[in-house]
Write a protein of this length. Structure first.
Length: 372
């Protein structure tokens, strides 16, 4: 009986201690922990998922360490309001001062096409937002939130706009080159025509005929690659007749198939967020009594794309066969996000399917995500 009474007294003391700690938080005698910073990086990629490693620094203003069993830390990473990854941790131990908590969360690669659509529709602009908050049940569910933003703009088609005159050679016996000249090229995204399944771009060529015979351009074709992933190909009926000494405009609607973008994303991260965009063009021409195909090597479009979504790729580069398990030291007590853009010169084979931060925490990168 005496032993039972002692246990009861200990229990009462423990309850009073918990209550006094909660009350101390409430009246400000004990300082409330706060989120100081959030740092994200890509730590691995596989065919279907991307691993995001997160280092979340929480400050404890008290002179002693505290164990906050009733504390929950939540964070979400979004790109143009598309939730890419989220995580949660309940119950944390904090030393006095700053403590960095490690998370590892899997993002579904199927999130990439919806983000891509939002990026193009938004004029090649993306706002990367990281929201982190810490909620403590000891102080009535009080929540402290930190939001970080990075505003990123790109111009993937800007270099396609050119007034440089380029010769078009037929490379055929008994045909003297050059058979045509490309005097100007123009390109832009059809932002109104972007859908969940495809991203169209409108391209135009001003073509001059230097020959004494007319040429009829019956078709213009294209194949688009991001790294070695073929993301689009097609052929447009032209029916354009270019008479001797005249200049005509030929247009083509180049369509990227969005379902291929998650496959591209894997190669992009494996190359430490680097991509070569390459568009191969050809014409089907009728002239001099015959029909022949002309590869437009002079205007094949190639541009380097480099991204740094979180501004940490120099510190945490990914590349080669990235480990999809992520940071081996990370705390894996997380919840995955909901399911739902290498510099090179060689053309892919036909059969192969940023940044000073301002005071408000917003960083702008002129050449970040899918930027040149």
């Amino acid at each position: 009986m005496r032993e039972l009474g002692r246990i009861q007294r200990v229990g009462i003391v423990a309850l009073l201690l918990v209550g006094s700690i909660g009350g101390a938080f409430a009246v400000g005698v004990i300082g409330t922990p706060a989120v100081e910073s959030v740092e994200n990086r890509f730590t691995g990629v596989s065919e279907n998922t991307t691993t995001v490693g997160t280092a979340l620094t929480v400050s404890n203003p008290n002179p002693i360490g505290v164990s906050l069993g009733g504390t929950t830390v939540n964070y979400t990473v979004s790109m143009n309001d598309v939730a890419m990854a989220s995580g949660q941790k309940r119950g944390i131990d904090l030393e006095s001062g700053n403590t960095t908590l490690q998370f590892s969360t899997e993002m579904q690669n199927g999130k990439i096409p919806p983000w891509w659509v939002s990026h193009v529709r938004n004029g090649e602009r993306t706002r990367v937002t990281v929201d982190a908050d810490i909620t403590d049940s000891l102080v009535g569910g009080r929540s402290v939130t930190l939001t970080q933003n990075r505003n990123i703009e790109t111009d993937m088609l800007g270099a396609f706009n050119s007034t440089e005159t380029r010769p078009v050679d037929a490379d055929r016996a008994f045909v003297s080159d050059s058979v045509l000249y490309i005097n100007e090229t123009r390109g832009s995204w059809d932002r109104e025509g972007v859908t969940r399944s495809e991203t169209p771009m409108e391209l135009a060529f001003d073509v001059y005929n230097p020959k004494p015979v007319p040429y009829a351009v019956s078709k213009i074709g294209y194949t688009t690659y991001l790294n070695d992933v073929r993301v689009g190909s097609g052929e447009t009926d032209s029916g354009t007749l270019i008479t001797p000494g005249e200049r005509e405009t030929i247009g083509v609607r180049n369509v990227i198939r969005n379902e291929r973008l998650d496959e591209w994303w894997v190669t992009h991260l494996q190359r430490n967020q680097n991509t070569t965009m390459y568009v191969d063009f050809y014409l089907v021409v009728e002239g001099g009594g015959e029909q022949f195909r002309i590869d437009l090597d002079a205007i094949d479009y190639e541009t380097a794309i480099e991204t740094d979504l979180f501004g940490t790729k120099d510190q945490y580069p990914t590349g080669g066969d990235a480990d999809p398990s992520g940071d081996p030291t990370a705390d894996n007590n997380t919840e995955g996000g909901d399911s739902g853009s290498t510099d090179g010169t060689a053309a892919p084979s036909d059969d192969t399917p940023t940044d000073d931060e301002s005071a408000d925490g917003t960083a702008t990168d002129d050449g970040g995500i899918l930027g040149i």
